[in-house]
Design a protein around this ligand. Structure first.
Ligand code: ATP
Ligand code: ZN
Length: 225
């Protein structure tokens, strides 16, 4: 059984956030035993266990109180929060701090040969995305109705494949958009990685460790500025 006094922190197993997440903990002096690529990696010198999972699972694990902490992109976090609100399920969490990595934006992009003058150009078109709730929230505010095409991958090829007229996807440099003949036209959501905690009761011993971790994380981020 799990030792209830150890803090469980969910982090991305492999992907764009994984090495920065591990590096952050390592810089805080936490020695994580990552030798075997297992679901759980134990810290040797602090009562902390890292759960290595897909990033999409992290918000739910925290909101359900299965883990105490999580490091995840705000894009994935906010999408899951909106999803859970729409399903009337548990969606609370606490942001402990925003982090200095995983910086990207969720943007609308159209094929370069499309005429785009104003956001109204998007009216009633079909938009491919993995973030239907964030997209809907943004376009609802602007009073733009649209059709969505939900894709969990290869969103950028959807217009070329004739599946959609535009896309709403994560962008950092814009190179992928350019390579796919797309032009960024609106930023929907600006995101970075953040450290979140569950909203329920956390015992005093764990709170002490979390406070210690927070002090170290803030110090590490400050030193990197
Ligand atoms: P998983 O297999 O865990 O589901 P994934 O393929 O969904 O991974 P990644 O591509 O590894 O996800 O991206 C993880 C997160 O990294 C994104 O949700 C976003 O918060 C952030 N991110 C995305 N693109 C970039 C980028 N170019 N630079 C930095 N961070 C990014
Ligand atoms: Zn993912």
């Amino acid at each position: 059984m799990f030792n209830n006094n150890r803090i469980r922190i969910a982090m991305q197993k492999t992907g764009r956030l994984s090495s920065d997440s591990i590096k952050l903990l390592t810089s805080c002096g936490i020695k994580i035993n990552l030798k075997q690529q297992k679901l759980i990696a134990f810290a040797e010198n602090m009562p902390i266990d890292a759960m290595l999972v897909r990033d999409d699972d992290i918000p739910g694990l925290v909101m359900d109180g299965v883990v105490d902490l999580g490091i995840v992109g705000e894009n994935v976090l906010e999408e899951e929060r909106l999803n859970r609100i729409s399903q009337n399920s548990e969606h609370s969490y606490v942001t402990l701090t925003r982090l200095d990595f995983g910086i990207c934006r969720l943007s609308l992009a159209v094929p370069v040969n499309t005429t785009y003058t104003h956001i109204n150009s998007l009216k009633n078109i079909r938009i491919a995305t993995s973030y239907p709730h964030l997209l809907k929230k943004y376009l609802d505010k602007k009073n733009i109705s649209f059709k969505s095409c939900m894709l969990n991958g290869s969103v950028e090829v959807a217009p070329r494949a004739g599946l959609a007229d535009a896309i709403c996807d994560l962008v950092s440099t814009g190179a992928t958009l350019e390579a796919n003949g797309l032009r960024e036209v609106q930023v929907v959501y600006r995101s970075r990685a953040c450290l979140i905690s569950k909203n329920g009761d956390i015992n005093t011993d764990k709170k002490e460790v979390i406070n210690k971790l927070m002090t170290r994380i803030k110090g590490v981020i400050k030193a990197r500025e």
